[in-house]
Each structure stands twice: as structure tokens, then as C-alpha cells.
Design a binder for this molecule. Structure first.
Ligand code: SAH
Ligand code: SF4
Ligand code: F3S
Length: 483
């Protein structure tokens, strides 16, 4: 495994260009406008806010209308083949726009950029610029290169880039909830997963910059932050490695902040600031984290704990680092420390290499044992370069994968409804996020367990906390009235 990590070819990112010559304005003298579209996980959406911030500092405006844009960026995902197909189809559409506006600069960012590198420029002629997830500081420089008539690419992966000092521009924000990236990359090497190749080595962000960002959001009126990382439980920041001067100033010998400490610090920013986090890894989540959750009312009681498969043999092939029994013991521990009300959600994959019908039934039976509140469910999609692609045959027929996925989804729908039915008759503290999709006479928000709650508006508005008595539910939503 270590060899493979070393093989990833992780390099330090290029030093920032000393002199960046970039055309900030259009020929009419107005600032150039950036339109950015994000695909994939929350990390990508969060990165787009970093990108917007970097370009704003360089004189760009952002727009939510692609028709107004001078620069279009797609921040892409490689997790499954379908995610990549979606982006390619989108590029066909953007090509149409470029025909009417030849000066439109089209850039591909994120995981697909990292995976395909120069191939992207060869395969997709309309793409002018390719930048991987650790190269965003270089974007002004890359744009300048395109302005001079070339194509531009930077896909260096960094060991230390965390964009800690960049204050993200909140795009499409509801003004109430925001994401904060606390770490980047992943060292886990699950055999099916492309992320370690597209995001590089794991690194944690300075806790002080995280607290400052949370405090700043609270002062701006935000009431919920979600701490993001591919594996938040392995968050680890060592002052000894990162900032000797600060240690000396505080007279400390060594100072390590783990995820439980970080949760504690963020929860203390303000009791009215809710804290969520994603994603936890079953092999790494500790009692210390569960106790920190228990200590603070404002740390939301919901854990996303991807299980992937209910079969220990398949989990071993997936290189997940835990067995079915270990996973179930973790779930028991969560319920012991935080109670049965604590929400548990998961990711599952159907039809991984060599999965038998019996093993698929182990996934279904594990679901019966846990009864997840919600789940994200996928058919296995082989990704080039991953351990699974190198070592195993993708030998389960598409039809079988689909059939198994349907069975998983059907079961989850039953469980989601059952879990929601348990909430009927209970009163929850809800943070209001906005109007319900169906009617402006209703508001929607979430309870601590991350369930969507809809209720009549009365005189309430977004950003407020209210108590709602749940009187009915569907599998996806709780409905109630203010009390
Ligand atoms: N870091 C997170 C997951 C990130 S990817 C974790 O470890 O849980 C999100 C989810 O996509 C994964 O949990 C997995 O269920 C799914 N996934 C990842 N690679 C996949 C693949 N090749 N085919 C199908 N689903 C995949
Ligand atoms: Fe992928 Fe596994 Fe890392 Fe999650 S923990 S990002 S599934 S390698
Ligand atoms: Fe996709 Fe990259 Fe996230 S592959 S899921 S955007 S880390």
C-alpha cells in the first residue's frame, strides 16, 4: 500500500508566479465575469468558493448566469463513470455557447482535471485550461497564459496546500449554512476509489484558521457549519510540525489537535452555531469524538458512516480496514453513547468485483440490523488506475448490479419511512433554511439529525431556531407545526 501511495507522483505545487499579467477587464472596461459549475462531493462545492475568492482578488466578478460569463469553469468529479459522462455532455453544450462568443474561456477544474491531465486538452478541444484541486492559486497565472493565446495546465498535487488563508466567497448561499474544509486528500486507498489519485495525500488545515472562519461566518449571520474532509476522523494537526514559533510563544512542548479537539473548539465558537461534519470512517471514528458530540448540544446528532458492503470478504477486497462485525460494533457504540435518536446514514455499493448473491444479502441484512435514516446508494463503477481495476475483474453484469441496487434502494426506502415514523409526535429544534419548495406559506429547515422539517411560516424567517411538533411524515420529510 505504501508503495502505491509513493507511486502517486505527489509533488509540491509550483511556486506562485511572481508577476501575474492578467486581463481583469473585458474590452468594454467592465470586470470579467466568472461562472463556475460544481459537480461531485461537497468538497468540490467548497473548493469552488475558494476559486471564486482567488479570482475576485484578481479583479473578476462572479455570475450565476452562464450567458453573462467571460470565463466558464466546470469543477468536476471522477468518482463514477457517469459523473465524467455528465461533464463531457455539459462541455458539448458549452461548445455551442463558445461558437457565438469565441473569446469565452473554458476551464476544467477538480478531480477529472487531475485524473486526465493533458489528455483533457487533447480530447476536448474546447477546453482552454486544466487545473487540479491543489493548483487553484495558480489560476490567475493560467488564465493569463490562455489570454496570450496558449492552453494552460497545472495538475501538480501538493503535500501541504490547504488554502487555509483564503476566505471563501459563499456561492449560491442561503446565508444560514456553510461548508468549511478542514483537510484535503485521502491516504486510505479503498480499492474502488479514485479520490487518493485525484486529491493526493491527506493533510490537515491549521485549527486556528478553521475557528476564525467559523467565527466569521457566525458574525455574518450563518448558524450552521459543516466540517468537510474525506475522512474527518483522521484530522490531525501538529503544532510541532507546522508552527514552532506559536509553540514557543505559548510555552508548549508539543501540541496535537485531533478531530475530537477540533469539534470541541468549533462547538465553543457560539452555542447558536450548529456544527456538522462529513465524512466519518468506520475504522477511525473514536469514542472521544462521540463523547465530544454528546457534550455539546450544538454538535448535530447525525453521523454519516459509509459501510459500502455488509460482507466482510467484500470489505476486505475493498480495503476498507474493517469487517461487518467491527462496523456493527461501531453502530452499537454510537447508540450507546448518543442514544438511538442519533441519525446514522451511509453509502453503499452494489455489485463490487466477485460479489455473490449471498454477499449481497449480507448487505441487505446489515441494513436491517442498522436501519439507516438515509443512504446514498451506487452501482460499482470501475475507475481506471484504482487498486480494484488493477487486481480484480469487474465481473458482475450490469443487470445484476442494477437489480441488487434496486433491492438496496427498496429496503432503504422502507427504513427511511420507519425511522421518520418514530419522529411523529416528537418536538424538534429546527434551524430555518428557507421557504419550502412547494409554497412560500411554508418554511423548511433541519433538525439536529439532519432531517428536513416543513411547517407553516407564521411570522418566522430563515436563520431562526424554532420548535416544531412533528405530526406526519413521508420517507424523505417530516411535517409539523410550531409550538
Ligand atoms: N471519503 C468517503 C467517500 C467519498 S466517495 C468515505 O470514505 O466514505 C463517496 C461514495 O462514493 C463512497 O462512499 C462510495 O460509496 C462511492 N464510490 C466511490 N467510488 C465508487 C466507485 N468506483 N463506484 C461506485 N461507487 C463509488
Ligand atoms: Fe475514497 Fe476510501 Fe478515501 Fe473515502 S476513505 S475518499 S472511499 S479512498
Ligand atoms: Fe468526486 Fe473528487 Fe469529490 S472524485 S466525489 S469530486 S473528491
Amino acid at each position: 500500500m505504501k508503495d502505491l501511495i509513493a507511486d502517486l507522483g505527489v509533488l509540491s505545487s509550483e511556486p506562485p508566479a511572481e508577476q501575474i499579467r492578467i486581463s481583469e477587464a473585458t474590452s468594454t472596461g467592465k470586470p470579467r465575469k466568472l461562472y463556475i459549475e460544481s459537480y461531485g462531493c461537497q468538497m468540490n462545492f467548497s473548493d469552488s468558493e475558494i476559486v471564486a475568492s482567488i479570482l475576485q482578488k484578481n479583479g473578476f466578478d462572479t455570475t450565476s448566469e452562464i450567458s453573462e460569463a467571460d470565463v466558464v469553469f466546470l469543477n468536476t468529479c471522477s468518482i463514477r463513470e457517469k459523473a465524467e459522462t455528465t461533464v463531457r455532455n455539459r462541455l458539448v453544450h458549452i461548445n455551442g455557447l463558445k461558437k457565438n462568443k469565441p473569446e469565452l474561456l473554458v476551464g476544467v477544474l477538480g478531480c477529472m482535471a487531475e485524473r486526465l491531465k493533458t489528455k483533457f486538452l487533447e480530447e476536448e478541444k474546447i477546453v482552454d485550461l486544466v487545473a487540479g484541486p491543489d493548483a487553484y492559486r495558480d489560476l490567475p497565472h493560467l488564465i493569463a497564459r490562455v489570454d496570450e493565446g496558449g492552453k494552460a495546465i497545472n495538475t501538480f498535487l501538493s503535500r501541504d496546500e490547504t488554502y487555509a488563508d483564503i476566505n471563501p466567497v459563499r456561492l449560491n448561499s442561503n446565508g444560514v449554512t456553510a461548508f468549511i474544509s478542514i483537510m484535503r486528500g485521502c491516504d486510505n486507498m479503498c480499492s474502488f476509489c479514485v479520490v487518493p489519485f485525484t486529491r493526493g495525500r491527506e493533510r490537515s488545515r491549521d485549527p486556528e484558521s478553521i475557528i476564525t472562519e467559523a467565527r466569521d461566518l457566525f458574525e455574518k449571520g450563518f448558524r450552521e457549519v459543516t466540517l468537510l474532509g474525506q475522512n474527518v476522523d483522521s484530522y490531525k494537526w501538529s503544532a510541532a510540525e507546522n508552527n514552532k514559533a506559536r509553540l514557543e510563544k505559548n510555552g508548549e512542548a508539543e501540541h496535537v489537535v485531533n478531530f475530537a479537539h477540533l469539534l470541541d473548539k468549533v462547538a465553543r465558537v457560539h452555542p447558536d452555531l450548529r456544527v456538522r461534519f462529513s465524512t466519518s470512517h468506520p475504522k477511525d471514528i473514536t469514542d472521544e469524538v462521540l463523547f465530544a458530540m454528546g457534550r455539546h448540544d450544538n454538535i448535530c446528532k447525525n453521523i454519516h458512516l459509509p459501510m459500502q458492503s455488509g460482507s466482510s470478504r467484500i470489505l476486505e477486497l475493498m480495503n476498507r480496514g474493517y469487517s461487518r462485525e467491527w462496523y456493527l460494533a461501531k453502530v452499537s457504540r454510537i447508540r450507546e453513547i448518543l442514544g438511538v435518536d442519533c441519525g446514522i446514514t451511509a453509502d453503499m455499493i452494489s455489485g463490487f468485483c466477485s460479489e455473490t448473491e449471498l454477499e449481497h444479502h449480507e448487505t441487505l441484512s446489515l441494513m436491517d440490523e442498522v436501519k439507516y435514516d438515509y443512504a446514498y446508494m451506487f452501482m460499482y463503477s470501475e475507475r481506471p488506475g484504482t487498486l480494484a481495476e488493477k487486481k480484480f475483474k469487474d465481473d458482475i453484469d450490469e443487470d445484476v448490479k442494477r437489480q441488487r441496487l434496486t433491492e438496496i434502494i427498496d429496503k432503504q426506502n422502507i427504513h427511511s419511512l420507519e425511522r421518520n415514523q418514530l419522529d411523529v409526535g416528537k418536538t424538534y429544534k429546527v434551524l430555518i433554511e428557507g421557504f419550502s419548495k412547494r409554497s412560500e406559506d411554508f418554511l423548511y429547515g433541519r433538525n439536529s439529525n439532519n432531517k428536513v422539517v416543513i411547517f407553516p411560516k407564521e411570522n418566522k424567517s430563515k436563520g431562526q431556531y424554532v420548535n416544531v411538533l412533528v405530526d406526519r411524515c413521508s420517507k424523505g420529510t417530516l411535517f409539523g407545526k410550531l409550538v
